[in-house]
Design a protein around this ligand. Structure first.
Ligand code: MSP
Length: 520
């Protein structure tokens, strides 16, 4: 049972140089499923997402398109990034843009504080910079270029050449936090998860940390360094602070105290920023470190990270236009082990849609409700004595609930869905073996028919509650058809197996209609 505690969860904030692809939507959906789950567990939940709008990458894109970076950011936020939230049905509580005053002012406050406390110094740096990553790269981060970049060293993530920069900048004494960070990973093994991510971070920090260049002076698209306006804040330093500026840091202490610390969901490519730089920044400022940083895997195309720059990006709408947002959410959350890479294919999506959502879940719901309409005039029957078969279903409802709750506490979203799907499969088997249509033929079997339909209905009720964070549209329809009280989103998820359905059912349209699509 939840203690009604606070659950503050974040997505990374997205670069607005380009429009979203399904890799970005994947991060959004994962955080949203966890947020919805916690809301239904009675936790005071707050989901934050937003956009990362400063830095060279955005500046160059805007310039190439003949507009100011602010105009470019405004355009992309309104036409692409906010609409993404609708496309995949994200119930976020706030949306922060790094060009907003509340962020800029409080980022400066944070930086000034670090400066006053002696954590910042002036230095020089020469290194290879990847504008795609907005990061200085070590030689070990580079690989040999191919195609047009043969003979050059390129960024391993973006496959594009890096630029040699020599700058006089402000530095954050991050190296001073090496031991405290190692202590943090040691004393709180959950701080970075999954285990593979934790190991990577541990071995990185054990090699020793360098100080971090936190300002740039060769361009001016960024937040001004408060004590030296000829510099702008390094875009990552600025971006990471969104997690606290949106939560009230610097301007609403009460709000901040009630929300912080957060759970950060990030892709594994940006793990070090969140699990190393970010806690070091917070330690320097005397602010509690995040509750957890979870690094998920990549959606791959042809074995490589899907990306717009490599022209492998698929727009989320391409999927949702045909399959709907529920199917998008279900597919990516169930088919990929959360924390590992996964490949997307239209064939796999289509096959799972048909087998699991349309036939497995949707059809089960339609059939049971149609039988209650037909055999009981839509009145939800009162059960007679339960047989071992009925008891087995009720036991599975309980087991599925407990299994899913446990899996979510470990952020194992795919496992939670698998646990719920045991109930889907068992209910289908139950209907096949109990043959309510056979029982309906003989009035002598009336009591048994009613018990079977009741048992199936309560199983559906449990499914509606448990699956609501993953497939919110379908479960809302199902809950209404079951005559459930209130909204399905108000039902406690840890109590999902307790029947709270109504007196009568209403007809239910197909939750996942058949799709005639070809993906040749
Ligand atoms: N702006 C930074 C994050 C700053 S957070 C303080 C950034 N933005 S991003 O737009 O490039 O990426 C945002 C998120 O999308 C990251 O978590 C990244 O891992 C995720 N993904 C981008 N491509 C992806 C895949 N192909 N697969 C899965 N997630 C991917 O980084």
């Amino acid at each position: 049972m939840s203690d009604g505690s606070s659950f503050y969860i974040t997505t990374p904030i997205f670069y607005v140089n380009d429009v979203p692809h399904i890799g970005h939507a994947y991060t959004e959906v994962a955080a949203d499923v966890l947020a919805r789950w916690h809301r239904q567990s009675g936790d005071k939940t707050w989901l934050l997402t937003g956009t990362d709008e400063h830095g060279q990458k955005i500046l160059r894109t805007a310039t190439a398109n003949g507009v100011t970076p602010q105009e470019w950011a405004d355009r992309l936020v309104e036409t692409a990034w906010k609409p993404l939230l609708e496309t995949v049905n994200i119930a976020n509580d706030d949306f922060i843009r790094t060009t907003e005053k509340r962020h800029e002012v409080n980022t400066q406050k944070f930086l000034q504080h670090l400066h006053d406390e002696g954590h910042i110094y002036t230095g020089e740096y020469e290194g290879f910079y990847c504008v795609g990553c907005e990061e200085y790269k070590q030689p070990s981060d580079l690989v040999d270029g191919t195609g047009e970049y043969v003979g050059q060293q390129v960024c391993a993530i973006h496959s594009k050449p890096v630029e040699l920069l020599h700058e006089k900048n402000y530095f954050f004494k991050m190296s001073a936090f090496t031991d405290r960070l190692l202590e943090l990973y040691e004393s709180n093994p959950n701080f970075v998860q999954p285990e593979s991510a934790r190991n990577e971070v541990l071995s990185f920090v054990k090699r020793g940390l360098a100080d971090l260049s936190i300002s740039r002076s060769s361009f001016d698209w960024g937040i001004k360094v408060p004590w030296d306006e000829s510099h702008v804040v390094y875009v990552w330093f600025d971006a990471l602070l969104n997690y606290i500026t949106a939560a009230g840091y610097g301007q609403d202490d009460e709000k901040f105290a009630s929300l912080w610390p957060a759970t950060h969901i990030v892709g594994k490519d940006i793990l070090r920023f969140h699990a190393v730089i970010w806690p070091a920044m917070l330690m320097a400022a005397g602010i509690e470190v995040p509750k957890q940083v979870f690094g998920h895997g990549w959606l791959l195309v042809g074995g490589e990270k899907m990306s717009k720059s490599k022209l492998t990006g698929i727009a989320p709408q391409q999927i949702t236009d045909t399959f709907g947002s529920d199917a998008f959410r279900y597919y990516f959350m169930s088919a990929i082990t959360f924390g590992q890479d996964g490949s997307f294919s239209w064939e796999d999506l289509s096959a799972r849609y048909q087998a699991e959502l349309a036939n497995g879940f949707g059809n089960l719901a339609s059939r049971v409700i149609a039988m209650v309409v037909r055999y009981c005039d839509g009145t939800i029957p009162t059960p007679g004595e339960f047989t071992a078969d009925d008891e087995a279903i009720i036991a599975t409802e309980k087991r599925a609930t407990e299994g899913a709750v446990d899996a979510i506490s470990r952020l194992a979203i795919h496992e939670a869905i698998a646990s719920v799907w045991e109930l889907v499969d068992e209910l289908n088997g139950y209907i096949t073996s109990q043959e309510p249509w056979g029982l309906a033929k003989d009035p002598a079997n009336r009591a048994r028919l009613e018990t079977v339909l009741y048992t199936a209905l309560r199983g559906l009720g449990t499914l509606a509650v448990l699956l609501s964070p993953v497939v919110p549209e379908a479960t809302a329809k199902l809950w209404t058809a079951l005559g459930g009280t209130g909204d399905v989103t108000d039902q406690r998820i840890d109590q999902a197996w307790k029947w709270t359905g109504g007196d009568t059912v209403a007809p239910l349209e197909a939750l996942f209609p058949r799709i005639e699509a070809s993906f040749d």
